[in-house]
Design a protein around this ligand. Structure first.
Ligand SMILES: [Zn+2]
Length: 143
């Protein structure tokens, strides 16, 4: 369990899920490959109750605190990936249809959270698979 990711998960659970998501057995950095969607960078595993965020976003918390912009951007990307994966967790937890996909149930949750964050909500499955937006940050900070 990575303590920084764990505390991020706890913050997001309180802020956007009313504290209702069940504790996971592990939340950690790991090697992930793939392309296209957020699952290339983060994964939620229902059976093993764990969440993995790609280790290329592992940030130095002391440098984030000191105002290092690139480290701060990595932390922000990890945060956004975790929001995405926690929607999958929420959908599994309440036995929504297709909890691992980015269909209506996912879009409804993403829309609710996007409104809280005053961000643009995804309007279809393709956008939802890439929500929240991270590509701009990856390019800007060469992460
Ligand atoms: Zn997804």
């Amino acid at each position: 369990m990575d303590e920084h990711l764990k505390s991020m998960w706890e913050d997001i659970n309180k802020m956007f899920f009313d504290g209702k998501l069940k504790e996971l057995l592990a939340i950690d950095w790991g090697a992930i490959s793939g392309e296209g969607t957020m699952e290339a960078f983060g994964r939620y595993f229902q059976k093993s109750k764990c969440m993995i965020i790609a280790d290329r976003f592992q940030f130095d918390a002391a440098r984030v605190g000191a105002g290092d912009e690139k480290e701060g951007a990595k932390a922000e990307v990890a945060y956004r990936l975790m929001i995405h994966e926690m929607i999958h967790q929420a959908l599994h937890q309440r036995r929504a249809p297709s909890p691992g996909k980015h269909r209506d149930a996912f879009i409804a949750e993403a829309t609710r959270i996007a409104q809280c964050r005053k961000e643009q909500a995804p309007i279809n499955e393709a956008e939802a698979a890439r929500w929240p937006e991270i590509i701009g940050l990856l390019a800007q900070f060469e992460i």
